[in-house]
Design a protein around this ligand. Sequence first.
Ligand SMILES: [Fe+2]
Ligand SMILES: [Fe+2]
Length: 138
Amino acid sequence: MLISVQEIPKVAVEEMNEIHSTEVDMVNKLYEKISEWENDKSKEQEVLTIFEEFLKDVVDHFLFEESMMRESNFFAYPMHKSEHDRVLFELKSIEKTIKEKKDFKMLKEYLLYNFKPWLISHVKTMDTVTAMYLSNFF
Ligand SMILES: [Fe+2]
Ligand SMILES: [Fe+2]
């Protein structure tokens, strides 16, 4: 397992907590599939399929938060959105590399050393502040 749900702090908006918990399940599934692939290279297509599902989930996660921020005229929207955009840009460039090279070691390291610490700290800071504001607005 890459991330346990307990590592992700709860925020003041329940839909966001549900989205975060689904994302944790998804990224764990991807991480486990990469570990299987390390011992069995025939799992290549499965890794790519799960990566696409994960990427779509991340896009939906960010879009949900961004639309709530826009609706409520949240003051820190540009800052929060630029963090989302930065991570999406990283994931898109990884998508390109893994599709070309079919080598998932770099993806595994990215998830462990970049995505995981980023997600935990992003939820702890920007998502927490945003959810607090949203919960007073809606
Ligand atoms: Fe979030
Ligand atoms: Fe966020």
